[in-house]
Design a protein around this ligand. Structure first.
Ligand SMILES: Nc1ncnc2c1ncn2[C@@H]1O[C@H](COP(=O)(O)OP(=O)(O)OP(=O)(O)O)[C@@H](O)[C@H]1O
Ligand SMILES: [Mg+2]
Length: 468
């Protein structure tokens, strides 16, 4: 790696947010001429939209902007893209805010009027830092035996099958489609395929197809030529080019508008893209992984997803089963998350009580592993003793709100809620049914009937043992 014009610096993604049009346009031009790939935003809202859409190595934010000011944008960057290096631009009278910004996570600030050379030097310093960070991460991963399937926990047969597929598909360049409910680990699997695969020397770029307005998605993915539409002041590289040699993860592909699907299909088939407003196609050599929590077969039937694109992407399909269909994995995940949050918070929880474990194993987990992770994080915070007890655990469905998935029919939502409440009462009464019935204010025979109907029992192991 050379220090002057490193690989990362060439074409590095920079966000420039300033409401002063003359400065913005002139400096964007300078940055473009220096070989950076610049997105310019005229106010805070545009800047936030931009960071939601793609990762930037460096973001330059004016502190004072109409709408959301630079500080609000900074908060968003810190939350969504903590790896982005933020440089604030401050004017006379806003220096105190710059200090505040540093406390909130900005890396640097410059005073107005901005000296272009000074700014360029700072940008290069920060890019160098980003590059070193990436290198360190890679070395750490190599040292830890890389980021691989060992970070995805599961010992059920279906998960073993998933690991096997990941190992087999990783060394190839075949397209992969990952399906599963929200929070089942789709992105985790995509990252594992990337780091075990032959494109792992390149970058892993994730793009959320549902977060980008239809009018912008095409230019985000394929790039555009200067002047191809009103706000296209400069040429811009698309994510297909940014991810060249690496992996492009098309998240929420089920939400991709039809118009964009046609263009994606062409890119997938020909391994070539056509930037908006350009007549010359560009070769792109990368690995494509897509994910969705939608049922694409239904989307195809209802005319919202192209069947040909589905088959192109689904060369290898990986389905992640919901957590409630592999409850045997829950104790393993619980132990893993307790350890993780102990380390993060300097706590010393030894684990969860048997009662809590029973509750966790039987919960509906509509938010899957992500929900379980959040529940354990909270429990570790609240636990006072060595063992996490029932009062430390807040489950959706046991605190008043039923554990219903959005759009679920009322009957199933009510059932899920009933199951949750009855299970909780039984657990609290140590499975003494007479006491639980009393607590629930229903007759003992009603309790037996409900337990039967809702398949509630203390040692119940729900879930198919093997999917395939
Ligand atoms: N099998 C697993 N082992 C360990 N951690 C997991 C597992 N599955 C998911 N997680 C963790 O759960 C969280 C959610 O996972 P991820 O973001 O990959 O889900 P997703 O399927 O992409 O969800 P969404 O559809 O909402 O984007 C992450 O923090 C991830 O590390
Ligand atoms: Mg995801």
């Amino acid at each position: 790696m050379n220090s002057g014009n490193s690989t990362l610096e060439r074409g590095a993604e920079i966000l420039l947010a300033d409401d002063e049009a003359t400065f913005r346009e002139t400096f964007a031009k300078v940055l473009n001429e220096e070989g950076f790939s610049v997105t310019a935003a005229g106010d805070g809202k545009e800047a936030i939209d931009a960071i939601m859409r793609r990762p930037y190595a460096v973001a330059i934010l004016d502190i004072q902007m109409p709408g959301s000011d630079g500080i609000s944008v900074l908060r968003e960057v810190a939350a969504i893209r903590p790896e982005t290096r933020v440089i604030m631009i401050t004017a006379y009278g806003t220096v105190e805010m710059a200090v505040e910004a540093i406390k909130l996570g900005a890396c640097d600030y410059v005073m107005k009027p901005v000296n272009f050379d000074e700014m360029l030097t700072k940008i290069r310093q920060h890019l160098r830092y980003v590059e070193l960070e990436a290198e360190n991460r890679k070395l750490r991963e190599e040292l830890n035996g890389r980021f691989d399937v060992s970070q995805i926990l599961g010992q059920t047969a279906v998960m073993e099958q998933v690991f096997e597929t990941i190992r087999k598909v990783a060394p190839t360049r075949s397209n992969v489609l990952i399906t599963g409910e929200s929070g089942t680990g789709k992105e985790l699997v995509a990252r594992a395929i990337h780091s075990l695969g032959c494109t792992n020397s390149g970058r892993f770029i994730a793009v959320n197809c549902s977060a980008i307005p239809e009018t912008l998605l095409e230019s985000e993915l394929f790039g555009h030529k200067r002047g191809s539409f009103t706000s296209a002041f400069e040429d811009k590289k698309g994510l297909f080019e940014t991810a060249r040699g690496g992996t492009l993860f098309l998240d929420e592909i089920g939400h991709m508008p039809m118009g964009c699907q046609v263009k994606l299909l062409r890119a997938v088939e020909q391994r070539q893209i056509l930037p908006v407003g350009s007549a010359s196609p560009v070769d792109v050599n990368l690995r494509l992984i897509a994910a969705t929590n939608r049922d694409l077969h239904q989307e195809i039937r209802e005319g919202r997803f192209r069947e040909d694109l589905f088959y192109r992407m689904n060369v290898v399909g990986i389905h992640l089963p919901p957590l409630r269909e592999r409850r045997e994995d829950i104790p393993l995940l619980v132990r893993h998350f307790v350890k993780k949050y102990n380390a993060e918070m300097g706590k010393h929880c030894a684990g969860v009580s048997d009662e809590v474990m029973r509750l966790l194993v039987h919960h509906e987990w509509r938010g899957n592993v992500r929900e379980l992770q959040n529940v354990i994080e909270r429990a570790v915070i609240f636990a006072e003793g060595e063992i996490i007890e029932l009062p430390d655990v807040a489950l959706s469905g046991s605190g008043g709100m039923p554990a219903a998935a959005p759009g679920e029919d009322l009957q199933s939502a009510v059932k899920a809620y009933e199951r949750e409440q009855i299970f909780l009462a039984l657990t609290r009464c140590d499975w003494n049914k007479a006491e639980a019935a009393k607590a629930l204010r229903i007759g003992l025979s009603s309790l037996y009937r409900k337990m039967d109907e809702l398949e509630i029992s203390p040692g119940r192991r729900v879930g198919r043992k093997s999917e395939r």
